[in-house]
Design a protein around this ligand. Structure first.
Ligand SMILES: *Cc1c(COP(=O)(O)O)cnc(C)c1O
Length: 465
């Protein structure tokens, strides 16, 4: 399988190169040259398999022999071996046609572990084969960073730098990153927003000299392998609910559009997906886009669901590429316009296409608290504030009652104890393994929102390893 950039001028790459590259050299994102297909028969034959077995069958066509099947199997098996629930991604029924997909049983208690546990091992495997080292730089609004650090800590061939917006991640999120003691892990608190952090990372990648000198790589959801690994739980949950002989709708708390784009990919490779429902918080650029066809960035507002406090959803570019029938020139122009003016308008065909698959619902902080309370009172289930945006969107999605709706529970409620406590007066405890997290010593560097200063810091630290 070969991978092409959404902007059309970066080299076409094989799987391993696309994984190592992360962002394409023309500023675009890599996507498979074509969507592999799983037939209804193939899907039926996966029913009853373990999560890791389903993962292998879903991921293998994207890797397509670039990694030996036996090696790929081990990578996948090891990735999910330490999840604390035997089902890895269990479904919990909330009412007759509404299901919660629990994606928080990994080491950092959020869904990002599903992809990053695989990605860390993929990097290790590919780099060992080539005798290379890389420097990973990533931006996090909270959960990516800890999941990436957890996946890369102590790995020989990797130096990892994670930028987070200072004071805008929860104590637990910060401590999950800054209390990791391995010397290949570097945390940088940026005096700015998540979008500032993400821009700094993009600028480091766009600086060709720096990028080559440091052998830069990305773990943000711009890395194709992350999307690929996230397709799996759409398939596994749908199989449990009767797919491929029944279609399923998904409601997804959305920020960078990586998770829900994986749902789109699941549909593209043959899973019957009825609808993809975007849950947003007050940062509702995607909901406004579906209403008007205009993508217009506004200032980021801090909310109770910080991992979704994003105005520029990077992975949306992958969807645009597909919706514009893979015309990289149009995508390139649109993204340039968006960069320059903070706004772009989709053609009416593209908007119509997007609406045929996606709908969106926004929820403010009061709504988040109401939803947490409602779910607790109706089912005795404690959900986190991100999950609340998805559940609320699921409620309003308007799909036929005969269609099961799977609402993605993207984080464990104990990661956001203040918001949960404000809603239901119950403080969800951390799982035992993390009980002393906030008392562990922290290690981090605070830097201004200044590309030169950040690059200098990365150079200095990487040179000492
Ligand atoms: C990252 C994250 C999201 C948003 O996912 P995207 O792939 O960025 O859309 C939602 N909820 C939680 C808990 C997250 O960590």
């Amino acid at each position: 399988m070969r991978y092409v950039s959404t902007r059309g001028t970066a080299p076409v790459l094989e799987f391993e190169e696309a994984v190592l590259a992360g962002l394409a050299s023309d500023g675009g994102l890599y996507v498979p040259e074509e969507w592999p297909q799983l037939s209804a028969e193939q899907l039926r034959s996966m029913r009853g398999l373990s999560y890791a077995e389903i993962a292998f069958r879903v991921i293998q066509p994207f890797v397509d022999g670039a990694i030996e099947d036996s090696d790929l199997k081990s990578i996948i098996d090891e990735s999910y071996a330490d999840f604390t629930h035997a089902a890895v991604a269990p479904l919990q029924q909330l009412n007759s046609n509404l299901f919660l997909l629990e994606l928080f049983h990994g080491p950092t208690l959020a869904f990002k572990d599903f992809a990053l546990q695989v990605l860390g091992r993929l990097f290790d495997h590919i780099l060992a084969k080539r005798g290379e080292r890389i420097t990973i730089v990533g931006a996090t609004s909270g959960d990516t960073g800890s999941a990436a650090i957890e996946a890369c800590r102590g790995r020989e061939a990797i130096e990892i730098f994670i930028l987070h917006p200072k004071g805008r991640v929860s104590d637990i999120q910060r401590c999950q990153m800054t209390t990791v003691s391995e010397p290949n892990v570097h945390n940088i608190a940026i005096e700015g927003t998540f979008d500032d952090c993400q821009d700094l990372v993009k600028e480091m990648f766009n600086d060709a000299a720096f990028r080559n000198e440091q052998n830069l790589s990305a773990v943000n959801s711009i890395n194709w392998a992350r999307i690929m690994a996230q397709v799996v739980y759409y398939v596994s949950s749908a199989l449990s609910l009767g797919a491929p002989d029944r279609s399923v709708a998904y409601s997804v708390p959305t920020g960078n559009f990586g998770d829900i784009f994986a749902g789109y990919v699941a549909a593209k490779i043959g899973l019957p997906v009825e609808r993809l429902i975007i849950g947003t918080n007050t940062n509702d650029i995607l909901a406004r886009f579906l209403e008007t066809g205009e993508m217009e960035a506004r200032d980021v507002v801090a909310t109770l669901s910080p991992a979704m406090d994003i105005q520029i959803s990077s992975n949306f570019e992958r969807l645009l590429f597909d919706l514009y029938e893979r015309d990289a020139r149009i995508v390139s122009q649109a993204m340039t316009a968006f960069r320059q003016s903070g706004s772009m308008t989709a053609s009416s065909e593209v908007l119509e296409n997007a609406r045929s698959m996606f709908s969106a619902e926004r929820l403010d902080d009061d709504g988040i608290k109401r939803q947490i309370k409602e779910t607790y009172e109706a089912c005795g289930v404690i959900i986190d504030p991100h999950t609340a945006t998805g559940l609320n969107a699921a409620k309003h999605c308007g799909v036929d009652q005969s269609v099961p709706v799977v609402s993605l529970a993207t984080a464990h409620p104990a990661k956001f104890p203040d918001a949960v406590e404000a809603a239901i007066n119950v403080r969800p405890p951390l799982p035992l393994a993390l009980a002393d997290l906030l008392e562990r010593p922290e290690r981090l560097e605070t830097l201004p929102n200044d590309l030169n200063k950040v690059q200098a810091y990365v150079r200095e630290q990487a040179s000492q390893s």
